[in-house]
Design a protein around this ligand. Sequence first.
Ligand code: SF4
Length: 940
Amino acid sequence: MSVLRSIPFASDIVEEIAGMIGTDASSGENRVIVFPGKRPSLYLKARLAALTGPKAFFPPRCFSLEEFIGEIARRRNPGFADIDQGDAAYILFDLIRSLKAFDRHSIASKGFGDFLHWGRHLLSFIDRLDMEGIDNSALVNVERNASIGYDVPQSVNELLSNISLIRREFHRVLADGRWFTRGTKRVAAVLETGEHVPDDLRRVVFAGLFGLTGGEKRILKSFWDAGQATVLLSGDPEDWPVLKDLVGHLKAKVEYGEASRNDRPMVSLHAGHDTHAEVLEAYRILAEAPRKKTAIILPDADPLFPILSFVADRMEMRCNISLAYPVNRTPVFDLIRAILAARVERRTEGVYPSARYLAVILHPFIKNLEPDSGLRSLLVSLERSLSDESGNGPLAGRSLVGLGDIEKEAAAFMAPSGQVGHFDALLEVHRLFFRNFENVTTVGDIAAALEEALEAIISRTPVRSYVLSGTIFESIFGSLGLLKGCLFSSSVLSGEPAENTRAVCDITLHHLQSTALPFDTHPVEELEIIGMLESRNISFDRVIILDVNEGVLPGPREVSPVIPAGVFETLGIPPPEFAEAIYRYNFYRLTGSAGEVHLIYRNSEDRPRSRYIEEILWEEEKRQGQLDVIPVRQTATSVNLKRQTSPPAIKKTDTILHALAGIALSPSALDTYVRCPLLFYFTRLMGLEERRTFSGDIEATDRGNIIHRILSDTFSPYLKLTVTGESEDGLRESLRKALEKNFKDIPGSGDYYLFRRITTHKLDSFLRRHVRTLSGPVAIECLEEAFRKPLKLKGATASLYGRIDRVDRDIASGRHTVFDYKTGTTKQYPSRIMEKADFGDIRSIHDHVPSFQLPVYIHIFSAARDIPVEKIDAALILLGNNTEEAFLKGKDENENRRLFEAYTSGIETVVSHMLDPDNPFEAFDTDRCADCTARDLCHM
Ligand code: SF4
């Protein structure tokens, strides 16, 4: 006869089952235990081993729910294999295109890459219908409503209006291929147990199940009705509607177990300002009272590595990790992402954006390739050449670069030394990480090229000595192997080459991204580092949970863009909010089963502490009849931005003075010096500037470069020609072409998609305003041109240089205006600056002068074109808010002349200070150290 028992959270369910099984030699025989996940069975076996000691014992068969359903489903459909998600989406894509009903659907003209996003959601919907056991006849209303039109794109309505046809055909193709999805596995198991409950599964204990799908409930009901089930629930069905619903479904009578100890755990609250503060707090809790059977629960995998470094390594406790860690947070994935981004953005003429090229070659794995070859120093030299704004050298400041140009430059570096080892190594880097990807057309090609690249990393860098590298590389190779064997591994996904490249790269990344590192080491240690799901059904003496914040506990609400609101409810499927009920149950079961609970949350304005903390506090306050009954321990991690040491003062040695002699100074070099001479020393003389310039981050670097290229291309048809208010239409058409050209080979998805939309809008607005506010006809004199002017000061020589975005000449007055485009909104030239700043005093300049850019531009343009400075104006174009800032803000010509002279003397003050051997490189103050790129170097 079947039985249903409810035990309180405080009772250990594993202990309870061990008690039910007993310790007779044959007591486990014919017993089957089904847990929600895999891990509790390890605890059960360990517990039974401890109870039975050395005597012979027949253990029960243990399954996770997923394994149990697979076991039954394969009795009905022997030999069926689990299908990969990508393959399932591809089958769906192929299938829909073959159906007559979709002859005119937009999918008929689309490639698999375009379909994939929607396809995954559609697949997930069909899977959900199968998991819940929803019959096709129940879909009639959804199909009718979709024919009228839900509030989703029309193409999605067209798919939904034929959803039962798609589902039926999808099932047919899966069955022909002998494949299971999670959903069809449940469909098969429902059919199997509906006809006949297996005789060999006579005594099945279903332990700790919660939130079953409709299909799972029907399977359980078959065992229940056959009198073959013992259902052990953790928690009182009266408190948990989901459990109550299950009891009603089984028509069961609940037997209640005894609480094994006091129900109420001891709860402590801790707050930290970031992950490291949280991790250090976890360490403090453990170190203050080392006890056995403690679990550090990580609802989010991010803190895993800090926990390993700052807790596990420092505690003398045996430790076990059981957690799915996403591959996309590993450095190997970062490298793969950089390689594929470079490939996607490679232009048809064979050049790469410099930022993308540098993101690959500067990855630590690449820099450490062939450690004895000197490759590293060659890569650093190339990085400096590409980032050199001086305009010296063939690579300097280029935003696009070809591999051949780089090899030519590298050969020139090599020539004086006659060494070729580094050069050969560079050619190998180009082959493995760029050229091998140039002709890829399928995901199979990409997977093969990535395998070769990663094998080189393993065999030619010290990475293999890193303890976790085995797990990481093994998982990624496994994932690439699956890609090579997938149904579409040899298919070209679009007739348009750039589109095809984007699709195959996106699919590869998405596939790898969904891989999790299987950290699942030895069970049952003193300290468990474990994920929230992995902790289901396990009880610990002490639990330390990190990241107890909204957005993590509970996680974000997932809403499918394919399924219109209300459809789930119509079909009787639990809506997305149901996920919160599962988070809630897992949280309260875990904390309710522990003796001591530490909840650590992050103090953050955008992510408040979890609602579960608020509930616990409220309950406790009600119980005790007063406020603030659980004090929060604020973790105050002392952060000394100055790292105990003051910034150094670096003397100007002969070598440094030699480097300064004849130096070419860009406006940004001058501004850097004004901000901090030490920063100038680190970035301009020691060459650390590149890190900031080429971060590979669309916001930081590419954005500005792309916008400058678009504006240059927009105005270039008008170079040396006259622009008037009449030119607006022509210029806007030119802008349209420039946008087309510059975004042609750039991915049309994610950040870039948004960026393109914003750029189009901003530049069009700028152009209209700019042309409409012209005071009269102007001639475009130059675009993106570099200029230079020598400077002689106190016997030392230097020069000013810069690349000017645009210069216009007013036809009527003959005056020139120098323009510089800025993507932001920040003005640089304060009004009444002469009342505030003493331009002869470097400290005063540091305090009051944000930038020397425009006066430097006036100087260099004037010198190069022999035009008096009085006839040149200058302005910043602030694209961020579509305004302009004029440099000369005086009320008349005299005041403007004095202003310009003041800035000129300021430039001399700065350069003189810089070249003075008696002034060391020394910070003016430490006010701006907190966000300085050189802080680590400076305050060591
Ligand atoms: S950390 Fe401070 S002192 Fe050091 S370089 Fe940066 S701004 Fe200058």
